[in-house]
Design a protein around this ligand. Structure first.
Ligand code: C2O
Ligand code: CU
Ligand code: CU
Length: 580
């Protein structure tokens, strides 16, 4: 059924493109989303209409307005409350992308906000200064809700960043740039059809123009598109300086003339416009130079495994303007130099790694008889697609892990994980490019390539509510290229003061666990289950003493977390064992 709808839409699109492709003339002032500051935020999620084209107004979604979402600006260590008031007629969710928050505050598909209700997560801002964002994450609905306008920046400041004297006057020398392409149907309604995203928006503005002062200006770039990557550069080819990756500032500014940003990713850049008063310069996406295999590049896939109608979309492989900047007078106290150092970067240490995991991206057969296409999908991770009711990975708290992402398909997937920031340590067997050496929560995995990152899962645990990892091509995410993970406390259930409390050593272990308790020659039954709840071992002991304890062999088990239930004459207890 989905397929038939798609075919019909494509016919409409083909007709529609003919009508809109001549639109590039009228220019519009770049919209700067209003900034919300403080610690309590009222986010009124609503539907409305927006005049995006002459003629029919377009039905859109917005927060505190009919289209797009305000910019939330907070300080590290603030305790914030976000009242997400769902005035839509459908359920949605709101996810704080990149923020280190407890799973119940994360706003993934498990925190659905029904129509008419309000969700009010409250949490401390633990991330360092950086550019994050927020968007809906409903099961199968992310592309539709983000596409219709629900996407906003979430800016964090901290003392180390404020001390650097970077441009930070929002909308003046610190410019939010949410870059998106969208697809429209013949009725000028925003449509979900990843192949025909032919309308270019920056902060919801088509053909945007903006005035900038002739000094150092900071730009916060967010790729909020469903599918398209952007290869940013300026029309005069001037050098710009990347100062932050997804999760915050880098150690030293990276001097660049091009910067690739995939869906979900952010980057902060500085541009020095000193002496350019009176000139204009365009922010451009150089699609013609983008490496093949990335949606937006000249080609994706090969032979029978290509994207249907890919080359019918005139933006693919093309260079196109995003914003035209007109440079004017300086502001009162302008920033005029690019700092030489920013903040220290101390990535996780490979010597601390407890667990290695591999995630394989592959095509998957969703509908019996369908042949998946290696560029078009559908795609899964480790041979499975997202299921609301199952947990794919269980991770012990404070586990330091290397994840290897292996892409067996012919399209690049931007992989995103909630809860943590990671350090990319390897791309295709070598050091990652300088632009990805920093704190990241999205990494683009090229076709038939692999990526390794290192991270640590700290602070938050929950036995029930998972976090997500997924492809940030929203079409892929909605189709199930997503999984869930729990972070659990391996020592939960061990009560030091209890007569029957236990000690486990070593834990994690790869050989065996020694479990000692205050047993007095009693009978004990143990049962070991894996993270999916499957029993892997059950054993009875008749005469367990405190000195002896019991030993559970770990050597034949797969790496992961196990739940041990111990039933003795004094009662039952559960603990987590980690096999590394
Ligand atoms: Cu930006 Cu799971 O999302
Ligand atoms: Cu996220
Ligand atoms: Cu993908």
């Amino acid at each position: 059924m989905v397929r038939i709808k798609l075919e019909l839409l494509k016919i409409f699109f083909a007709a529609f493109i003919l009508c809109i492709s001549g639109n590039g003339l009228a220019q519009n002032a770049l919209y700067i989303p209003p900034a919300l500051t403080g610690t309590t935020f009222n986010l009124n999620v609503q539907s409305g209409t927006t005049q995006l084209y002459p003629g029919n107004p377009t039905p859109t979604y917005g927060i505190n307005g009919s289209f797009l979402s305000p910019t939330i600006i907070v300080n590290k260590n603030d305790v914030v409350t976000l009242n997400v008031i769902n005035n839509l007629t459908v359920a949605t969710t709101m996810h704080w992308h990149g923020l280190h928050v407890a799973p119940e505050n994360d706003g993934g598909p498990h925190q659905s906000i029904s129509a008419g209700s309000t969700w009010s997560p409250s949490f401390e801002i633990l991330n360092n200064a950086g550019t994050f964002w927020y968007h809906p994450h409903g099961e199968g609905k992310t592309e539709l809700h983000v596409g219709k306008g629900l996407a906003g920046l979430f800016i964090i400041h901290d003392p180390a960043e404020l001390a650097l004297g970077l441009p930070q006057t929002y909308g003046v020398d610190d410019i939010p740039l949410i870059v998106q392409t969208k697809a429209f149907d013949v009725l000028q309604q925003i449509a979900i059809a990843d192949h025909m995203d032919t309308a270019v928006f920056v902060n919801g503005t088509r053909n945007a123009t903006h005035n900038l002062p002739s000094q150092v200006v900071r730009m916060r770039l967010l790729n909020g598109s469903s599918m398209r990557s952007f290869y940013f550069g300026f029309s005069n080819n001037m050098t710009f300086y990347q100062i932050a990756t997804d999760g915050g500032l880098v150690e030293t500014p990276n001097a660049l003339t091009r910067l690739l940003i995939a869906p979900g990713e952010r980057s902060e850049i500085l541009v020095d416009l000193s002496g350019m008063n009176g000139q204009t310069v365009d922010l451009v996406s150089y699609g013609s130079e983008m490496p093949d295999g990335i949606f937006g590049s000249p080609s994706v896939g090969s032979g029978a495994d290509t994207m249907d109608m890919y080359m019918d979309n005139f933006l693919n492989g093309a260079d196109f303007n995003l914003v035209e900047f007109t440079i004017g007078a300086q502001t009162g106290s302008p920033i005029t130099s690019i700092p030489s150092t920013l903040v220290p970067y101390v990535p996780f240490d490979i010597a601390d790694v407890d667990v290695n995991r591999t995630l394989v991206f592959d095509t998957i057969t969703l509908v019996q008889g369908d042949t998946p296409n290696r560029a078009e999908g559908p795609f899964g991770i480790n041979n499975t697609t997202f299921n609301m009711d199952s947990i794919n990975i269980t991770i012990p708290l404070n586990s330091t892990e290397i994840w290897t992402l292996k892409n067996n398909t012919l399209i690049a997937h931007p992989f995103h994980i909630h809860d943590i920031q990671f350090n990319v340590i390897e791309k295709n067997g070598t050091t990652p490019p300088i632009t990805e050496q920093g704190w990241k929560d999205v990494v683009l995995v090229m076709p038939e390539d692999s990526v390794k990152f290192i991270t640590r899962f700290t602070t938050f645990t929950d036995e029930m509510v998972p976090y997500m990892y997924h492809c940030h091509l929203l079409h892929h995410e909605d189709d199930g290229m997503m999984g869930s993970f729990l972070v659990v406390d391996p020592f939960a259930g061990i009560n030091e003061n209890d007569i029957s409390s236990f000690e486990v050593f070593p834990n994690p272990s790869s050989d065996e666990w020694n479990i000692t308790g205050k047993w007095g020659n009693e009978s004990v039954t143990i049962q070991l289950t894996d993270a999916q709840g499957k029993e892997v071992l059950k054993r009875d002991y008749s005469n367990v003493s405190a000195e002896e304890g019991i030993k559970v062999s770990a050597s034949t088990l797969n790496a992961g977390i196990y739940f041990l239930t111990i039933v003795s004459e004094k009662g039952a207890q559960k603990l987590h064992l980690v096999r590394n």
